[in-house]
Design a protein around this ligand. Structure first.
Ligand code: SF4
Length: 65
C-alpha cells in the first residue's frame, strides 16, 4: 500500500494534480490542494504518481507505507 502526501505550504494551486487524478485531488477555495484520500491502491499508483510528478512545485509525494 502506498500513501500520497501534500506539502500545503508549497502548493500554488496550479491544479495539474486535479487534472491528472480528480478522484484523489481537489482544490479548496483558497487555491490549495485537498487530498480526497490518502491511501493509493496499487492499481491507481501509476496515474497518481504521474499526477504528482506533474506538480510544478513538487508539492506531492507518493511513497510506500
Ligand atoms: S499540481 Fe501541485 S501546486 Fe498544483 S494544486 Fe496540485 S499540489 Fe498544488
Amino acid at each position: 500500500m502506498a500513501v500520497v502526501k501534500a506539502d500545503l505550504e508549497a502548493c500554488q494551486g496550479y491544479a495539474n494534480c486535479v487534472v491528472g487524478a480528480e478522484d484523489y485531488f481537489d482544490i479548496d477555495d483558497d487555491g490549495v490542494v485537498v487530498l480526497l484520500r490518502a491511501e493509493v491502491s496499487e492499481s491507481d499508483r501509476g496515474r497518481v504518481e504521474e499526477a504528482a510528478r506533474s506538480c510544478p512545485v513538487s508539492a506531492l509525494l507518493v511513497e510506500d507505507q
